[in-house]
Design a protein around this ligand. Structure first.
Ligand code: 13P
Length: 253
């Protein structure tokens, strides 16, 4: 059985002090919670401070982005070595905001994924269609192409560590969540592609998170879908009370 994974993607929010306060509170609220893998993705500037605070807790530390080279003349980028250095074990790759605002392509995300795997991160690879693509009946076609291109050249041993996040762009930050059945249907479809690529056993091993306006009120409904293995939470992860409720609500009881 797949252990659900809940990620809190803080995006471009929180100063170091705010991050420390949030994590101290979160540690208390989530102490002893089992049956779910918990990760937070704070901004880069807060990572080092949080590394020490999270030591020995049940909350993992991740980064929101990473470049695919180890070092060199890449102004403004962050390398896998630097992220390892501050205790990150997870990294989000290809978030729709990276794709939409900063022009990230599936090819770039694929390169980042290969590097992330070689550095033994647990990568969270984001896919998802835009509203106009869904309206045009192209949602599955778009997501299929993203999954196949992002996973190009990734072998069966490595893919086990990959987490896929299905985040329909129209549901991100809009308050409009995909219904459990809409999300469940796309997750089943993604798992079908994974079966074609890696066979049944591996496909059933890989976790697929849902992201897009996840809240304490809708997490349980989403988790009833067999192929939804947790959530990547944006807005509601900034508040410790709602994030803790989402984490607790995600456990398969
Ligand atoms: P919201 O939960 O704010 O819709 O954001 C989702 C998201 O983009 C998580 O990566």
């Amino acid at each position: 059985m797949r252990v659900p994974i809940i990620g809190g993607n803080w995006k471009m929010n929180k100063t170091i002090n705010e991050a420390i306060n949030t994590v101290e509170d979160l540690k208390t609220k989530l102490e002893g919670v089992e049956g779910v893998e918990i990760v937070i993705f704070p901004p880069f500037t807060a990572l080092k401070m949080l590394q020490g605070l999270l030591q020995g807790s049940n909350i993992g530390l991740g980064a929101q982005n990473m470049y695919y080279e180890e070092k060199g003349a890449y102004t403004g980028e962050i390398s896998p070595l630097m992220l390892q250095d501050v205790g990150c074990r997870y990294v989000i790759l290809g978030h729709s905001e990276r794709r939409g605002y900063f022009g990230e392509t599936d090819e770039l995300i694929n390169k980042k994924l290969k590097t992330a795997l070689s550095f033994e991160f647990t990568p969270v690879v984001c896919v998802g269609e835009k509203l106009e693509e869904r309206k045009a009946g192209r949602a599955t076609e778009i997501v299929e192409a993203q999954v196949r291109k992002c996973l190009q050249g990734i072998g069966p041993e490595e893919v086990k560590r990959v987490v896929i996040a299905y985040e329909p762009v129209w549901a991100i930050g809009t308050g409009e969540t995909a219904t459990p059945s809409q999300a469940g249907e796309m997750h089943r479809f993604i798992r079908k592609i994974l079966k074609e690529l890696y066979g049944e056993e591996l496909a059933n091993f890989i976790r697929i998170q849902y992201g897009g306006s996840v809240k304490p009120e809708n997490i349980k409904g989403l988790m009833k879908e067999e192929d939804i293995d947790g959530a990547l939470v944006g807005g509601a992860s900034l508040n410790t009370e709602s994030f803790a409720k989402i984490v607790k609500g995600s456990r398969r009881l």
